[in-house]
Structure formats: C-alpha cells, structure tokens
Design a protein around this ligand. Structure first.
Ligand SMILES: Cc1cc2nc3c(=O)[nH]c(=O)nc-3n(C[C@H](O)[C@H](O)[C@H](O)COP(=O)(O)OP(=O)(O)OC[C@H]3O[C@@H](n4cnc5c(N)ncnc54)[C@H](O)[C@@H]3O)c2cc1C
Length: 394
C-alpha cells in the first residue's frame, strides 16, 4: 500500500485523533497510523479530567454531544489532610470555570466515531512504524499491516505516538534536549462498580500515603493509592485495596469510600518529562510523545489537546495563507503552557505524596503548604486557576 496525504499522523490517542479531526475541519487531509486495534485503544482506561479549555475545544469542534450528556461537571475539589476535608470552590475562585469528569476512553471513542463518519483514514494494527525524510522535503511513514508493507508520503509528520512511540527517538540526539524526573512512588489505581465517595474529586494527604477518590460515572468509582514503583499487583487483592482506601480516605466524621466489584486495576509510574524542541524539520511532536506529567495535576490529556489545537492552527495558516510563522513558533508556543503544567503537576505531587526519603523538616514544610492552600484565598485561587487550566495561547 502506498498513499499520499498532507499530514501523516502516528498514533490514534487523543492527540492524533483530535488533530486529524481539526485538520479535516480546515480542509486538510491526514492519515493516522496506529499500532493497536480499535477495540484496544477504545478500552484503554487512563485520564478522566477535562479542563474548561479542553471542553470548550471539543465543543467548538462539534465533538461534545455525549460529553454534554454524560460528563460530570465539577465546580470544586476536596483536599483532605489526614482526616479533615477542605473544599476548594473552583468556580467561585476562577470566575466561573469548572472541570468535567469524562473518561479518556470516551473522548477517544467519540473521536474515532466522528473520524470514521467523516470518512477519515485511521489505519489500525499498523505495526513496525518508522518515519523517514522529515529532515528534508519528503517525509514518509512506513509500516507493516496485515502482512503487507505500507508507505505514506506526506508534507509533514505529526508524532502523536505517546511516550513509548517511535517519533521522538527518531530525532537525532544532538537536536533534542530531554528533561526527566522520576518519582520514588507510583499509583495503584482501580475502577470499581461503586458510587463515588463524594460528588467531587478528593485528594488525600495521609501519613500512610497519598490517595485519590474520583469517578467515571455515578455508578463507577476511580480510586488511587500511592504505592511503591515496584509494587506487585498480585499482593493487592481487592480486600487489601479497600482496607487501605478506607484507612486513607476515612474522615473524622466517618465518611469513607463505597465498596464494589473491582473492574480493573493497574499500577502507573510517576514521571515528569519534556523534550525540547517539539519540532524537528517536518516532524512535530504532540502530547505524551513530547512531555509527560505525573497524573496528580490531571494535565496529561489536556496538554495533548492544547498541543494539537496549536498545531492544527499552524498547519491551517500554512496551507490556507501560505504563512510559516505559526509553524516556526509551534514548539515555543506549546512549551510555554507545557512547562506551566509541568510545574503545577510537580507542585501537586510534591504537596500531596509521602516521599520515602523525607525527613521531619520536609514533612512539616509540606503540611504548611497544605494548610496555606486550604486557608488562604489567594493560594487557593492560584491552585484553582492552574487546575481548571490556563487560557490557550491566542
Ligand atoms: C497507564 C496510564 C495512566 C494514566 N492515567 C492518567 C490519569 O489518571 N490522569 C491524567 O491526567 N493522565 C493520565 N495519563 C496520561 C494521559 O492518559 C496521557 O497524557 C494521554 O493519553 C496523552 O495522549 P496522547 O494522544 O499524546 O498519547 P497516547 O494516549 O499515549 O496515544 C498514543 C497512541 O500512539 C500509539 N502508538 C504508540 N507507538 C506507536 C507506533 N510505534 N506506531 C503506531 N502507533 C503507536 C499508541 O497505541 C496510542 O494509541 C495516564 C497515562 C498512562 C500511560
């Protein structure tokens, strides 16, 4: 198979799918090459919090029909320090902004359905993808699909293939700087057939370790526990998980989580990572291919959406107005927002988790920061402003 398109996209996660849709709306043709099957990418449970700007982007792109029906709009979050909960009123602190809880796999399902309805090309189960020619004028993506060799020639390549993809490592080492931080803990996460612990997301700082109580719907809870990075899931039967969740989430008033059947469980490592710049020749990196945040700030999917919003506009200016300035500033524009989200995600992670090497001094500083955030309107406002998401670049 040999085809030609304007934009060759590697990866059908939120970044690649949304980019393809936004380009289509601008009359720009793209083809997505995805290693996994449609069923696999549609069932991958990951992020679930959409910033106000992400919801607005999906609405402007005509992708919010189900999101409006099923998304849970949260006007606030709860911060629990040991056994005491404090509410941050996001809406009041930010002049009317909120977050919406809507699973990443639902965003992905909506995007795939829409791309296919618009006769968009998504090549699922395309293996051994490699990218070539992006330092010159003739980029192409090669792959194997159903036993046959395939090649897509294009004007530009969008590397939307996540942290473990092939695009970023294809950039010569001398042309890219990698900033990396790995945290000394991970998250053990479950999906449970149980009502949420509260109407709003609860972040817990506890002497036993961090915990997070969120939800996917009124019937399905999403719960996380801080654990060791090398934790063995086999040592965590459901009963032990519930016991630990109760221990960390129970308040002085006796509020705790509701138990239910564990539908899924997994361990997620915690990392901060940025690759600079996000463009090399005719290759653009977007989403997790360029940056990773620890999930404490709920920024991963939102950054992916923000990147491709910038990229789609830059490519539209190139094709429709013959302008290259937005392409040239793509990396710089995205990185400004990326580093803000990196800082916020690091800040939330540092404030809420137990660091194994931390001494009493560090623990007291952390407690002081937590007390400040829940008691000072200005500190709460700063957290809220970052949590609902800063405005997009013009
Ligand atoms: C296990 C896990 C849990 C997470 N939990 C949270 C959370 O709780 N909260 C939060 O805010 N964020 C979370 N994140 C982060 C969030 O899910 C990501 O930021 C988001 O998925 C980024 O979207 P993306 O499109 O850039 O990348 P991805 O969603 O990773 O999509 C990349 C796509 O590229 C495909 N691909 C990869 N390599 C190739 C290749 N060689 N050829 C073709 N296709 C390829 C992949 O199959 C995938 O479909 C989590 C991430 C992971 C990995």
């Amino acid at each position: 198979m040999r085809e030609r398109t304007q934009i060759g996209i590697v990866g059908a996660g939120p970044a690649g799918l949304l980019l393809s849709h936004l380009l289509h709306q601008q009359g720009i043709h793209s083809i997505i090459v995805e290693a996994r099957s449609r069923a696999y990418v549609e069932s991958r449970v990951r992020a679930g919090v959409l910033e106000q700007g992400s919801v607005d982007t999906l609405r402007e792109a005509g992708l919010d029909a189900r999101l409006r029906r099923e998304g849970l709009v949260h006007a606030g979050i709860q911060i629990q320090i040991e056994q005491e909960r404090h509410r941050l009123d996001l809406m009041e602190l930010t002049g009317g902004k909120a977050i919406t809880v809507y699973g990443q796999q639902e965003v992905v399902k909506d995007l795939i359905a829409r791309r296919l309805a618009d006769e968009g090309a998504i090549l699922f189960e395309a293996e051994h993808a490699a990218i070539r020619g992006f330092e010159g004028e003739a980029p192409r993506i090669t792959f194997t699909r159903a036993g046959a060799e395939g090649e897509i020639a294009c004007d530009f390549i969008a590397g939307c293939d996540g942290f473990h993809g092939v695009c970023r490592p294809s950039i010569p080492e001398s042309a890219i700087i990698l900033y990396d931080r790995i945290y000394p803990f991970a998250w053990l996460g479950i999906l449970a057939k149980a009502p949420p612990a509260s109407e709003e997301v609860i972040y817990v700082n506890h002497s036993r370790g961090f915990a997070l109580a969120s939800m996917r719907s009124q019937e399905v809870a999403r719960l996380h526990l801080q654990c060791r990075p090398d934790e063995d899931l086999a040592e965590w039967p459901a009963a032990r998980i519930w016991e630990e969740l109760h221990a960390r989430l129970r308040t002085a008033d006796g509020d705790t989580v509701h138990e239910g059947a564990v539908l899924e469980k997994g361990i997620t490592g915690m990392r901060s990572f940025v690759a600079e710049p996000m463009r090399h020749g005719r290759l653009f990196l977007a989403g997790d291919a360029a940056h990773i945040v620890p999930p404490t700030g709920a920024k991963g999917m939102n950054l992916a959406i923000a990147d491709v919003r910038v990229l789609s506009r830059a490519l539209a200016a190139h094709y429709r107005e013959n302008r290259s300035d937005l392409i040239d500033t793509y990396s710089q524009t995205c990185l400004k927002r990326v580093w803000r989200a990196e800082h916020f995600s690091w800040f939330m992670t540092a404030m809420l988790h137990n660091f194994p090497s931390e001494d009493g001094f560090g623990r007291r500083l952390q407690r002081s920061q937590l007390d400040y955030v829940v008691s000072s309107r200005e500190a709460g406002r700063s957290l809220a402003e970052n949590y609902v998401g800063l405005p997009f670049a013009a």
